[in-house]
Design a protein around this ligand. Sequence first.
Ligand code: 3NM
Length: 207
Amino acid sequence: MSEPIRHALRKYLIMGSQDCQRPPDEILRDAIAAGITAFQFREKGAGSLKGDKKRILGLELRDICRTHHIPFIINDDLSLAEELDADGIHVGQDDKSAEEVRRMFPNKILGLSVSNDTELAGSPLSVVDYVGAGPVFSTRTKADAKNPVGIEWIKTLRTKHPALPIVGIGGITAENAHTVIHAGADGISVISAITQAADIQSVVEKL
Ligand code: 3NM
């Protein structure tokens, strides 16, 4: 299980319509053509879609991922993950507990955000497939993001858990991504670096 996960984490795009200045399906297609290895549908925060509109967009993006054999992961919304038969679910520390999600979905990829030692101590790592570690750098994409934890947090996690699949998140760009990998992450996840890029092909290549 862990090798396919590590590969999927290499270039992990996270996106919802609120992050996009052009149609999300176009951005996702461009990003897949450029070489992303996983996608997370995160329709959340100011300006995000709800209800049927969210479901319809999720279905469209899921189909694009399926066609191109890219894992389709849903942020937090368990009923949508079930309805769309998502490949995986990502939860934060304030969402439904990872143990409960694992019980509900024994076979889906399960990711959990972990930002500090306290969260790490309370996290059931044995039931998750990977952790999202961040925000590594400061970010303006998530309104309630915590203070940056730096690449030190990646190094700490890697030292404490040598075999744990880790993806960095928060403020990661084509310019600083290599520092996150050198610190021990298996991959990087980004929103704005790709959704706001003038040239997605070039950004994903550099990532
Ligand atoms: N989660 P960008 S930071 C969705 O720290 C999200 O858990 C974070 O966006 C966390 O790549 C973040 O544009 C926003 O900085 C990432």
